[in-house]
Design a protein around this ligand. Structure first.
Ligand code: PGA
Length: 241
């Protein structure tokens, strides 16, 4: 657990841990597999990784990334798509080979979604699993888009979004009616298999659900509560839980 309560300090520490791990792998001719999140929470972290690249020569040539989720139905050129977000906030600003980056395809044809999701999962496993996972939390208690009721054994799959999640996204989409109803998400099992997890929740709006996730029972009704059982979890919040 990182013993600081200031967001900037958390960001610096997480970025430093990632950078150290990348460099260690480089020294041993190995790859690092990063699990990445979208939303407002990780933006400062991506800015700091870009700064390390630009000002401190951190290279991402040996890094593979897998994003947690993507809205169904959005083209990757849509500014609300997570592919667009990741390109803008991180991938286009560092030297990671584009073919090493993975964001679920929200436009995968119906009928082959299950196969597609299995393949996403397989790609992660073929690279030895996720070394470091970046995570936020939604007010529904979701991690990725694993909404309440998601099984701890779930893998990457198509899911229906919770009403709270769609409501929270409605500003970006100019109205809840424009927010996609479904998404593809890494599963609970996929996320919990990460060797190390950095969990971030900042701001008053996240306090209640974060408290529920970490101080009450572990239950599928609060998917983030399963993090209590993870062995290498760092919780970063700017409030007391
Ligand atoms: P946020 O989203 O970072 O935009 O608050 C987090 C999440 O829903 O997981």
């Amino acid at each position: 657990m990182i013993e600081v309560k200031n967001i900037d300090n958390y960001i610096k520490k997480i970025a430093e841990s990632i950078a150290n791990e990348i460099k260690l792998k480089q020294e041993n001719d190995q790859n690092l597999v990063l699990g990445l999140a979208t939303g407002s929470t990780p933006i400062p972290l991506y800015d700091e990784l870009v700064r390390l690249h630009e000002q401190e020569n951190l290279s991402f040539y040996n890094v593979f990334t897998f994003n947690l989720d993507e809205y169904c139905g959005l083209d990757k050129s849509d500014p609300n798509s997570y592919q667009y977000f990741m390109d803008e906030k991180l991938f286009n600003r560092i030297d990671i080979p584009k073919e090493n980056t993975h964001v679920p395809n929200g436009q995968v044809k119906s009928g082959i979604e299950v196969e597609y999701c299995k393949d996403y999962e397989q790609k992660i496993n073929d690279l030895g699993g996720i070394d470091i996972q970046i995570l936020g939390i939604g007010r529904s208690g979701h991690i990725g888009f694993n909404e309440p009721g998601s099984s701890v054994n779930s893998i990457t799959r198509k899911v229906e979004l919770h009403e709270i999640t769609r409501k929270d996204a409605s500003r970006d989409f100019n109205g809840i009616e424009n927010v996609p109803t479904h998404a593809i998400t890494m599963g609970m099992q996929t996320i919990l298999s990460a060797k190390r997890i950095f969990f971030m929740a900042f701001g008053e709006a996240k306090r209640e659900i974060t408290k529920l996730a970490f101080t009450k029972e572990v239950t599928d009704n609060v998917p983030a509560s399963h993090l209590q059982n993870h062995k290498q979890l760092t919780i970063c919040t700017d409030f007391i839980i």
